[in-house]
Structures are given as structure tokens and as C-alpha cells.
Design a protein around this ligand. Structure first.
Ligand SMILES: Cc1ncc(COP(=O)(O)O)c(C=O)c1O
Length: 506
């Protein structure tokens, strides 16, 4: 149980209904929409731990530059709001998605600790994760930028660090490539477990970073479990260690999703994502736009959305976002998921973290069945709304953003698809009211990947049909959302795939 997030009112009314038939303009069924307007009046009881340090770290990287925030007046007119901005993450630290923000900061933190770093802004002399030891070694630089000492990114992150490690992770595309890239730049190794449905070009890109790739014949949650098992088989525990095992070097699990007992490294990844929101604050101010009224966030396991909640619901009004105690309500935060994998929406509806059985979706990076345990308390308390979008809506958004000069993959374009689903069509007036949006509202849509990250977006026809329609089991849900528990997970032996949601918050 995460003590810093007190219990809040939850919506547990109706059981889930099947997703509505796919269509770019169909009405939103009860399984596709959730709202809890009180969320934007909620303030986190404590300030986020280290976003400033992560931002400073990123700002010192050789490849760093803030990504674009693009204003699109035609979308504002279409949606009946004042201004619409799109945060374009199609080029971030040399990769075509935002994920390197988290991976770079997390790998840096891990290596700094393994190098024996002592005091720093984030205080760090604890083990890397529960139950895992940290190799002793000469002092490293807790916040020294990657590459600052040695030219190309990564060469000098932790002077005197112990022997190289193998960073192990599961991915539905972008996180794995980011871990592989950063590991390579740091002179480390990476072993990436890739789930079913990731585009072959995305898999090839991970291999192209020099990573060992293991293809998993199942969904993301299974890949997560297999990556964790690989680290345990190596004798290194869930977070880090120094065993030798089957890998050539000690292994460290760097997963972007928390589970009970494994939350510290995911927490660093979330800290890394904060840079994106700090950039938005500055860019909106520069555009004379002030604080946003709504931020739309593509959601997989919910770590990026956790970063959004942490940023916009911070207690101190020092984020320039209009959030924080005494500064009035923050923006409405809208989570957008594929209908094929709406685990956060379903968890919000049920008031507890649940797993869903996922189908196929072109939104590969969002194809996750279980919310992060670390993110869940923040999502439950701080998200205003969640919407599940069809493949057709996402495909149309990819095309429309491209026509407006924003190169977006299906996950990135999901933000526009979600906002359109929420603000237009049957029942839109009620949904606008729930989101607190008037005709002068400012919207920020996170476009979290470019087409190069996830070429699924280029597989769509001009009529909005996806090359990979989602499976018929979309929105089925199950108990026991811990993907690390093979005896109870829906994809593991002894699973109970469609039982009632009874998972207690751990
Ligand atoms: C492009 C893209 N957008 C959004 C997300 C969602 O992030 P999270 O899993 O933290 O919810 C991902 C996750 O991999 C992604 O790759």
C-alpha cells in the first residue's frame, strides 16, 4: 500500500459492457468512458521526489533538446475549444518516442549506485531495489550527465563503476529500444523480451542497438514475467544484483512498470518522464497560453500518466501549471487506451487494480494488460477521465496529424483519438462538463511516438481500417494483476482468465 495517496472516492457502479463496434464516430459505450471530476481538485500530499534532478540530468545530455509543442488551430476549431497544442515526441534523444527520458535517468541512477555513489539530491545509499544488493565500488557521479566527461553520450556516466551489467527488460516496443540504446551508449549490455504484436521493424531496431532480443509468444504481461524470471534465474533478484547466472554479466531488471516489491526503478523511470511536463510548462508560457485545461495522455501501464499526475497535482504551486494547493484546480487529465487493452480504464471503473486480457492493436506501446502498482494510487486519485479508443479512431488520428505536419505513430495519435471521442458525438456535452471544458479551453495532446517508432501506423488504409483489428477478448478482465506471479497470472499456468476483479491493493 502506498501511504502517500489517501483513499479516495471511486466509481464502482456498472459492470463492464462489451466495447462498441469499431468505428471512427460511434457512440462511447459504458466500457469506453470513465470520469471522476473531483480528481482535478485533488492534490498530492507530498512533492515529487526528484524531477528537478532528472530534468537537469537530461538538459546536460549531448543530444538533449526540448521536443516541439505545436499549436494546431484547426483542431481547436474542430473540437470547439480555445487552443490545442500537440507535444511532438517523434524525436527525443535521438529516438522516435519519449521513452528515453525514463530509461536514461533510470540507468544512470542504477549505475551511479553500483559505482558506490553516496549523497546526492536524490539521496541514494539504499539498495537498488528491495532485497537486492548493490555492488560496492569507487564513488561515481550521482548526477553527472551521460557523456559529459567523455564526448559521446554515455561514455562517462559513472566513472569507476563496477563491472558492466546486462539491463533486462520487457517491452511492447519503445521502452526496450530506449533501454537498449542507453545501455549501448553506456558501454553496458541489454536483453530485451519483446511481446507479440510488436512491428518487425521495431524489433529490428532494438536488435540494431546491439541488444539481445528474446521474442515472447504472448502478450506484454507475459513478456514482463519472462524478463523478471530471466533476472531471477541469473541469481540477481528482481531489481539488481551481482550474480553471474546465464548472462555474461550481472543483470538488472529495468522495467517501466511497478509491482509490489519492485517499484524503485520504475519510480526513477517516472521521474525521468517529468522532463516532458516541465518542457510543456515553459512552452505554454512562451506561447502565452498559461496553464492547460486538459492534458490527454496515451496509457499503457500508466507510468507516463503517473508522471502527469505527479506534475499537475503537486502540492507546491511551483510548476507554473496552475496546479497545486491554493492555485485552483489543475488540468483535467485524460487517459487514452486502446479498446484492446484498457486496463487502467477498467481498474478505474472497478476501483481496484485489475488485469485485462488484451487483444491485438496497432497501438502496440499501449498494449498492456496490467497497470503499474506504483502508478495505480496516483491514477486512482488524480486522473479525471479515461477513454478507450478504437483502431479506426487511432488510424484516422494518425492520418490527420500527419496532414497537419505532426508525424505520429498510433500510440502518439491516440491522444487526438481520445479527445475526439470524449468531446464529440453522442453525450459529448456531459463529457465536456465532466472535464470542465469551456469554449476557451486549452488542450495539450501528448503525441508520444513518431511513425518510425511503430510502423503499424503506416499499415492502415485510407478508410481507417487497422491492419490488426483487436481480438474479441478485449475488455475481458481478470483478478490478480501481478504479471510476475506465474501461478496466478491470467497467462500463466493455473490462471483464471475471466474472474471477478478482487485484487487488493498491495
Ligand atoms: C509511444 C508510447 N506512448 C505511450 C506509452 C504509455 O506509457 P505507459 O506504459 O507508461 O503508460 C508507451 C509505453 O510504452 C509508448 O511506447
Amino acid at each position: 500500500m502506498n501511504e502517500i495517496f489517501p483513499p479516495v472516492a471511486i466509481n464502482t457502479e456498472a459492470p463492464p459492457a462489451p466495447a462498441h463496434p469499431d468505428g471512427a464516430r460511434g457512440p462511447l459505450g459504458p466500457a469506453s468512458w470513465y470520469a471522476r471530476p473531483a480528481a482535478r481538485h485533488w492534490t498530492a500530499p507530498t512533492a515529487p521526489p526528484a524531477p528537478t534532478a532528472a530534468h537537469a540530468f537530461h538538459a546536460a545530455l549531448p543530444d538533449y533538446a526540448p521536443t516541439r509543442l505545436v499549436e494546431l488551430p484547426s483542431l481547436a476549431a474542430e473540437l470547439g475549444v480555445g487552443r490545442v497544442f500537440v507535444k511532438d515526441e517523434s524525436s527525443r534523444l535521438g529516438l522516435p518516442a519519449f521513452k528515453a527520458l525514463g530509461a536514461s535517468w533510470a540507468l544512470h541512477r542504477v549505475l551511479a549506485e553500483r559505482g558506490g555513489a553516496t549523497a546526492g539530491a536524490s539521496g541514494a545509499a539504499e539498495p537498488v531495489d528491495a532485497g537486492a544488493g548493490v555492488a560496492a565500488g569507487p564513488a561515481g557521479t550521482e548526477h553527472g550527465p551521460i557523456g559529459a566527461a567523455a564526448g559521446p553520450a554515455g561514455a562517462g556516466v559513472v566513472a569507476g563503476a563496477a563491472e558492466p551489467v546486462t539491463f533486462v527488460t520487457a517491452t511492447d516496443g519503445n521502452h526496450g529500444r530506449a533501454v537498449a540504446r542507453i545501455a549501448r551508449l553506456l558501454g553496458q549490455r541489454a536483453h530485451v523480451f519483446v511481446s507479440r504484436g510488436v512491428h518487425p521493424e521495431a524489433v529490428a531496431a532494438i536488435e540494431g542497438e546491439g541488444a539481445r532480443v528474446t521474442r515472447v509468444a504472448g502478450p506484454y504481461d507475459l513478456a514482463v514475467r519472462e524478463a523478471a524470471r530471466a533476472v531471477e534465474d541469473a541469481g540477481d533478484g528482481p531489481g539488481a544484483g551481482s550474480g553471474s547466472g546465464r548472462e555474461a554479466s550481472p543483470t538488472v531488471l529495468v522495467q517501466d512498470s511497478g509491482r509490489p516489491g519492485y517499484e524503485r526503478i520504475p519510480g526513477w523511470i517516472v521521474e525521468g518522464y517529468a522532463t516532458l511536463f516541465a518542457e510543456i510548462d515553459a512552452q505554454l508560457a512562451a506561447a502565452g497560453a498559461g496553464a492547460p485545461d486538459l492534458v490527454a495522455i496515451p496509457v499503457g501501464v500508466g507510468s507516463l500518466a503517473q508522471a502527469a499526475v505527479t506534475h499537475y497535482r503537486a502540492p507546491a504551486p511551483d510548476t507554473n501549471s496552475g496546479s497545486g494547493s491554493g492555485a485552483g484546480p489543475g488540468p483535467a487529465l485524460l487517459a487514452v487506451e486502446p479498446e484492446a487493452a484498457a486496463c487502467v480504464l477498467e481498474s478505474l471503473r472497478r476501483g481496484e487494480r485489475v488485469s485485462v486480457a488484451t487483444g491485438d492493436t496497432a497501438m502496440a506501446g499501449l498494449n498492456c494488460g496490467t497497470p503499474s502498482s506504483l502508478a495505480w494510487p496516483a491514477l486512482r486519485a488524480g486522473l479525471d477521465a479515461a477513454v478507450a479508443v478504437s483502431e479506426a479512431r487511432a488510424a484516422r488520428a494518425v492520418r490527420d496529424l500527419a496532414a497537419l505536419g505532426v508525424p505520429s505513430g498510433p500510440c502518439g495519435a491516440a491522444s487526438l483519438a481520445g479527445v475526439r471521442a470524449a468531446l464529440t458525438g453522442d453525450g459529448a456535452a456531459d463529457r465536456r462538463a465532466a472535464l470542465g471544458l469551456g469554449p476557451t479551453a486549452t488542450l495539450v495532446l501528448l503525441s508520444t511516438e513518431g511513425p518510425a517508432a511503430n510502423p503499424h501506423g503506416q499499415d492502415t488504409s485510407a478508410h481507417g481500417e487497422s491492419a490488426e483489428p483487436h481480438g474479441s477478448d478485449a475488455n475481458a478482465y481478470s483478478q490478480t494483476p501481478d504479471p510476475y506471479e506465474p501461478d496466478t497470472h491470467p497467462y500463466g499456468p493455473g490462471s483464471t482468465p475471466h474472474g471477478p476483479a478482487t485484487h487488493p491493493e498491495a
